[in-house]
Ligand binder design. Sequence first.
Ligand code: AKG
Length: 355
Amino acid sequence: MLFAQSLCVPVLVMASSATTKAILSEKKFEPVSQNERTKGVKYLVDGTPNLVSLPLLYALPSPKCPKPATDASIPVIDLSGLNGSDDQKRSLTIKEIGSACEEWGFFQVKNHGVKISLMEEMVKAVEEFFNLPLEEKNKYASNDVMDPVRYGTGLNTPAKHTPACCKEILGGGAISESLGLSKDYIERSLGQGCQIVANNYYPPCPEPDRTLGISPHSDHGGLTILMQNDVDGLQIKHGEDWVAVRYVPSTFVVNLGDYLEILSNGKYKSVEHRGVVNKEKTRISIAVGHGPELTATVAPAPPLISDNRAQFKPIMYKDYMKIQQSSVVRGKTPLEAILINGDDISLLSKISCSR
Ligand SMILES: O=C(O)CCC(=O)C(=O)O
């Protein structure tokens, strides 16, 4: 089973910014203290049946509030084209994946081989977890990035192994081949691999336009595979626009992380994305990130460096993850920090290198 062996990292995410520039509506809401905040937004929403305004702690300054997203469709790719003996179909599918990686950094996959009933059970299990009493969930509370199971606000944790669906796309060689690399290049570079499962729960929000479920960020790993309940909320950066990714039943959303942007020497993009919330429905998403071993060196693949022009400095994956996971560093700043011609290399000096 694809996700059964994954270590589960329950994550309760709401706006990660605690900015206090906001106007409250007529019903004055009690200010939420940092201590209350650690109980999470579900606790807040469950305990306040008539919540009509957003607590200040969660409100973003207006330039950061989400504007309506552009409606465009990211490619939906039929993975059945990678199986079987039809070489033409296979190379067409690889081409489609390559174009999606280059143009969008995101795509959706259908006919991925994972049972729909299993996907539904996963979402249900996450919902059941979040419906547990706070004391139960708090047994998993931790701020240590390396803990195998963690519950809290905006967390990620590594575990070994690269499951089947990811192997189908990575190990099946489609992305390696689309880059002109040998079929097993990326799989070999991942070694034993490192997997992170983030289970996100976004309760309904009385003022969705004044906050975000999850702030803009790119992922640090190779590929992230995301499933969700039938509630929209994911948005991705495309050029200057935020584009809404519409829920397509039975599909996974796949996106490239920084590791693949670096390995491809910038040809493929690890695209910023964010989660918006809505007034009516709870949204659940399960993001499974796959990266290399923690001690792997992340660097452009030598066959993709022409004229000695590597775009990124090599860095140990573990160290990269540490910067990326820092709560103050958002968006694509961590990747920019290792750009060879980038302006800001100051972040690198802040990394405590564990070699
Ligand atoms: O909920 C989503 O759609 C996005 C989740 C995400 O980006 C993450 O967990 O890192």
